[in-house]
Design a protein. Sequence first.
Length: 120
Amino acid sequence: MTTRKPKLTRKREQYVKERASGVLVGKPLTYSAAQMEKYSASMGRLIDAMFKDYAKELASVFRQNEVITIQDAAMDASISSQARILLNALRRKWGRIFAREAPKIVERMVSGVDKASRRS
């Protein structure tokens, strides 16, 4: 299948060539430390919640199997199987949460940076 190349105006061709050459047009965007702090705090809250959830769930799996000796652990794969199943479920759960929340956090940060750049 061949790809079609759309016809471009001279102005659009110049725009494409400028970007293709790796030359950046414009001034660097400066952001305030406050915006970065807000972003870090939001991501930190998500990560802390995830960490607590992982710790609580893993502790419950290992607490259920406390009386296993080293020899039993080597022969019995049930605790490792339970942990693997749990970790996969937690990974899916937190992957969905981060996929839902991260764009909101980034959007707040970018809009804040945009507002600040217009003021200065």
